[in-house]
Design a protein around this ligand. Sequence first.
Ligand code: ATP
Ligand code: MG
Length: 384
Amino acid sequence: MEHVLLIRYGEIHLKGLNRPFFENKLINNIKFAVRGMNASVKREQGRIYVSGIADEDVEEAVKKLTCVFGIHSVSPALCVDVDYNTVKETAFSLLPRDEESTFKVYSRRSDKSFPMTSEMINRELGHDILENFPNLQVDIHNPQIGVYVEIRERAYVYTEIIPGAQGMPTGTAGRAALLISGGIDSPVAGYQMAKRGLVLSAVHFFSYPYTGERARDKVVDLAKIVARYSGPIRLHLVPFTDIQMTIYEKCPSKETTVLMRRLMMKISERIAREDGALALITGEALGQVASQTLESLCVTDDAVSMPVFRPLIGFDKDDIVAIAKKIGTFETSILPYEDCCTVFVPQHPVTKPEVKKLRQSEALVDFEPMIEEAIKNTIIMEVG
Ligand code: ATP
Ligand code: MG
């Protein structure tokens, strides 16, 4: 008897001729997720089978696999000889002895040389379970326990179908650069876009000494959590103090936030290009704060020519928080360290900035040497 993780993948089926490309990426990502666990990964008949994992590592492997995008669901199965009695005993080993519960047997036979049809297995095994488990009843409409039996070249028996992370395999959609702050929104935005197959670079602006070491560590930690799903992230830490101070000193006070956002976008775009990324990602949601009104977003977009993806644009804060909790970034995001955006917040920021006006304000200063300096002093680290 051997533990095998049976993996179903969803949307990839739709991809016609590109399908092998998507499947191979998914298999590589699965191999990466369970690296060091002695796993062997193979694809067969629209499923992926992960075998060779030691009993004590199975739970950890399942946890890792449920973070891999492109996986629809995972079932930890027991793989045994194709023999009814063995299948029966294996099913028995998976069922509760004490609790009252209901069950239904679902069997499939793709090896037609096996003498019992799936109908016969369902009936026979259902009957044997009822005889041996007085605590269990059959419920064919809404069973609490599904007993799954698949007869292939081996027999697979399982009772759990654990939902996967869904989405598309990471690496099937190219690379984009996430502007990551220490807040709640941007890690969620990165997660949402990685879910559609993007590999992530990340850019974080810090304003030492106004933002401290711990604020920076927090961003690294957040990137690590996102990387559990997206795979490794190349994180760029950009020193932003000079630019921020200059904006603060030389530009109209109510425009400082929007100007700062334009400069963040400009620098991020250059870093993204260097990194082979074709788009930027932010955690902005329409109307959430003054710098996220439609007019402000237009002014921000005007600073760059790359597409800017804002996957949370139509989300309420509550919805974003729910995802942050689900993916495990929330607790880190709410740690109370200063972000550079919150350090110099104007009291009365413009809510309807005009592109022409903001271009003029930006032209009051020659930012180019400061941009170059910031990029030159950027710290790059591989996270995840
Ligand atoms: P978040 O929760 O992601 O910090 P927010 O609602 O606080 O978002 P802002 O502070 O206005 O909103 O930032 C909007 C977006 O700008 C963020 O989602 C993020 O993509 C980017 N951003 C903000 N601060 C930084 C920073 N210090 N470094 C990199 N990107 C940043
Ligand atoms: Mg923020």
